[in-house]
Design a protein. Structure first.
Length: 358
């Protein structure tokens, strides 16, 4: 068999930390006019600043998001002292009603109730609420149970109905092929022993022990680790040494895009997804740490986006520029009318199998 070129993006397991000194909360020597001025920041640096501020200000910060239009970091705060610290660091403070503790308490309460398939929730820092999504299958007793729980949490929780059914994205067709199902390859990786493989969705790896590059083609890899539900990631080892495994994502226009780092995304930043069914689509991150209740079980800690996806795109990479963020898990809607999609964090998948991108 000719060498099969699997076009995916590779990422490093270590997030590049750049110019941390520039985002320090320590006193600045600039004059009064520049101290209070918000800085324009690229997305990676805004992410580092957000993590620094959350760590330093602890409970006084209730989330952060990236204003992609103004290229600024917006940080939700609950008191003036925190607002001053955020402003001095070069970000935009936004005073909000609900603290991170209150939002986390609401999410814990939702997580503790018996799972209702067709629902998902995530804290949205743009509106300082926990947003619960319920698809058309949530009716009758299940809807009544959901409403009772949400009502007990007050205005900190908002319910939104979706018009499309929430589901995993798995189907037959082009991509990486198992005996019954087709998915998309996420990111090529190298394990601790130097062996090559790739990560994909756990709900794909949990139902297929081997993978091929096309229907009826020889097997190129075997699933050696898969977790779903709870999380949604899998690790497949290459079994064909003739396969090329470049560190790039297929952009489906005759070109590829290299990835140089892995990171966790920020709310409202622009992202791109590549998949074997619908190819390349773009959107924005609308939440991190999302809980999704599939019919097969609950998955927590996912990235929520406005990027559309369809069956067979599962396992494909989510990225922005040279940074990889996630592996497609599932969602609702399609690429004709739009929808919502959820992703297993790439950093979590790499850590679970002790692999690095390569």
């Amino acid at each position: 068999m000719k060498p099969f070129r699997i076009r995916v993006r590779a990422v490093l397991t270590a997030v590049a930390v750049t110019a941390l000194a520039a985002v320090s909360l320590s006193p600045q020597s600039a004059d009064a006019r520049s101290v209070g001025a918000p800085r324009t920041l690229p997305e990676p640096l805004a992410g580092e600043l957000a993590r620094t501020l959350v760590g330093r200000l602890d409970g006084a910060v209730a989330g952060a998001y990236y204003d992609s239009g103004a290229h600024r970091l917006v940080v939700d705060v609950t008191d003036r002292k925190a607002a001053d610290a955020v402003r001095k660091a070069g970000a935009v403070p936004k005073e909000v009603t609900y603290s991170q503790v209150q939002l986390d308490t609401a999410r814990v309460t939702l997580d503790a109730m018996p799972a209702i398939p067709g629902t998902a929730w995530v804290a949205d820092p743009r509106i300082n609420r926990v947003v619960v999504s319920a698809d058309p299958t949530v009716t009758g007793d299940r809807l009544a149970r959901l409403n009772r729980t949400v009502k007990s949490l007050g205005d900190a929780v908002l319910v939104r109905r979706t018009s499309a059914k929430l589901t995993r994205y798995i189907a037959g067709g082009d991509g990486i092929f198992g005996a019954k199902y087709r998915c998309s390859l996420g990111f090529n990786v190298v394990d601790a022993s130097g062996g090559h493989g790739f990560v994909t969705a756990g709900h794909c790896g949990s139902v297929e022990p081997q993978w091929a590059p096309g229907p009826g083609a020889p097997w190129i890899g075997k699933t050696v680790g898969a977790e779903f539900p709870g999380v949604d990631h899998a690790f497949v080892q290459h079994t064909d040494g003739t396969i090329d495994h470049p560190g790039a994502v297929n952009l489906y226009n005759g070109t590829t895009q290299p990835i140089t780092q892995a990171a966790d995304p920020m709310v409202d930043q622009a992202v791109t997804r590549s998949g074997s069914t619908t190819h390349v689509h773009e959107g924005k991150v609308t939440g991190v740490g999302a809980t999704v209740n599939y019919p097969e079980g609950t998955v927590r800690g996912l990235i929520q986006t406005t990027v559309c996806a369809e069956g067979g795109d599962s396992g494909g990479p989510l990225f922005s520029g040279t940074t990889g963020y996630g592996i497609l898990s599932g969602g609702s809607g399609n690429c004709m009318t739009g929808g919502t999609s959820y992703y297993e964090p790439l950093t979590r998948a790499l850590g679970a199998y002790n692999v690095r991108l390569g």
